[in-house]
Design a protein around this ligand. Structure first.
Ligand code: EPZ
Length: 419
């Protein structure tokens, strides 16, 4: 029987929660360790299933991955002997495709299984491939594998059709060892890309403009070993702040990075929350009020993050008024709607738009997680639903949230995991 989480609604959340390192920063950064000429040390690494999967993939390639104590991972890539990322591992986590750029840049060839689709969409890698081809890679896709060769990558100007996070990361990691200058236009600007670039710069890469749509890289012959502390997870932070807003409570997120989440903070204020940002601490105080419904349109950073869409849908379910949600990034990221309807929500979906009419009360029921952020939205709904909500298939949750029920319990939530 798969593990489940049971939530009993009604308790306003109160207290402090320490934010972990960002999943979507540490995954590309783990892949970037392949570029180093010596052992890397990463700190503030979150304890997540996807981190273990990536560590297994690096070990499969021959790297020595070590546990340097709580939140510390060491990777020695000097023992890498394979440049093939097998289907068995890649099929469980799409981000595995991020070893393609580093392997190609370091070894001149790589074979990476095509990532399967996932619950939220087909998620092709055409933008990754086209970017690497701009740097001179010869790439073919056959038998479910991306086969790439490049005796020496050459710097080039590349304009991404879409500001894809993964494609920007893959091409950036390939460009740092390419010959000459690379100019990436219409690049993604997410804080996780900034963190990846900072790590690469600590390894000796020459990068400017990261965090803007125009990244300039001067290739270098080699990258040295370095240490890096992973940036705080802005999506975990946003998830806990939404939980505080929904339950009418007062929560302080510590070890956070408020400067990476303006759009989310603005939306929480629009929903009627009082927010105070002080260094690495963000305090949300709802003073027992019911949130007001907000309209959301997801967009590449600095726009509203698609990874916070499901959480704000949960907020709109119990808010005052009607909130319209437009999901523009993924083609199928409303899987949580049917489950929220089971809890008594009033949501109408028309293509990429969901119209959510706030109801005074949700009522607990058994529901099923379908993808990472959808499962978070079901927990949030369970925190305010009357009675018990049981969420099944919570392995989705463990991919991206470190000990979420422990952190929520510490804030007063009545939540437990059952086997
Ligand atoms: C990253 O995924 C994140 N994952 C996602 O977080 C996040 O939702 C997404 O960026 C957008 O912010 C990691 O960082 C590990 P994209 P990624 O390339 O890189 C299409 C979570 O919950 N596309 O910006 O896959 C794609 O199908 C996860 O933590 C192409 O068409 O996102 C999607 O519709 C979910 N061709 C859109 O672009 C390509 O070559 C956004 O994809 C690449 C992407």
């Amino acid at each position: 029987m798969t593990a489940k989480i049971v939530v009993e609604g009604g308790a306003p959340l109160e207290g402090e929660v320490a934010i972990s390192g960002a999943k979507n920063a540490v995954l590309p950064i783990l892949c970037a360790t392949l570029l180093a000429d010596g052992p890397m040390t990463l700190r503030n690494v979150p304890h997540l299933h996807d981190v273990h999967t990536t560590a297994r993939l690096l070990a499969e390639l021959g790297a020595r991955v070590g546990d340097g104590g709580p939140g510390v991972v060491t990777v020695d890539p000097t023992s890498v002997h394979s440049q093939v990322a097998p289907y068995e591992l890649v099929k469980t986590m799409r981000a595995s495709v991020l070893v393609l750029g580093p392997l190609l840049a370091k070894y001149g060839h790589a074979e990476v299984s095509l990532p399967g689709g996932c619950a939220i969409g087909s998620r092709p890698v055409d933008l990754h491939i086209r970017g690497l081809q701009s740097l001179g890679a010869e790439i073919s896709v056959e038998n479910g594998y991306i086969k790439a060769r490049a005796p020496r990558l050459r710097g080039a100007r590349h304009v991404f059709d879409f500001a894809s996070v993964g494609a920007t990361e893959n091409v950036l990691m390939a460009s740092v060892l390419a010959e000459g200058r690379t100019l990436l236009e219409n690049a993604a600007m997410e804080p996780e890309i900034v963190d990846l670039a900072e790590c690469l710069i600590a390894m000796g890469a020459r990068i400017e403009g990261h965090g803007t749509g125009r990244i300039v890289v001067e290739g270098v012959p080699a990258l040295r070993a370095a240490e890096h502390t992973v940036v705080a997870d802005r999506i975990e932070t946003g998830t806990f702040l939404v939980a505080a807003a929904m339950t009418g409570g007062r929560v302080t997120a510590t070890h956070a990075r408020p400067d990476t989440m303006d759009a989310v903070i603005d939306k929480l204020k629009e929903a009627g929350a009082e927010l105070d940002c002080d260094g690495d601490r963000i305090t949300l105080d709802m003073r027992g009020r019911r949130p007001r419904a907000v309209d959301i349109t997801t967009a590449p950073h600095p726009g509203f993050p698609t990874d916070m869409q499901a959480q704000f849908m949960a907020l709109n379910c119990i808010a005052e008024g009607v909130g319209v949600i437009n999901e523009t990034i993924f083609e199928n990221r409303f899987m949580h709607v049917n489950e929220l309807l089971r809890l008594g929500a009033d949501i109408r979906v028309d293509g990429h738009t969901a119209v959510v009419r706030g109801v005074p009360k949700l009522s607990g029921a058994p529901v099923m997680a379908t993808d990472l952020r959808a499962s978070a939205s079901l927990i949030l709904a369970g925190l305010v639903a009357s009675g018990e909500t049981t969420i099944d298939r919570i392995y989705h949750l463990d991919r991206g949230y470190e000990n979420i029920e422990g952190k929520l319990s510490a804030l007063g939530a009545r939540i437990r995991r059952i086997r």
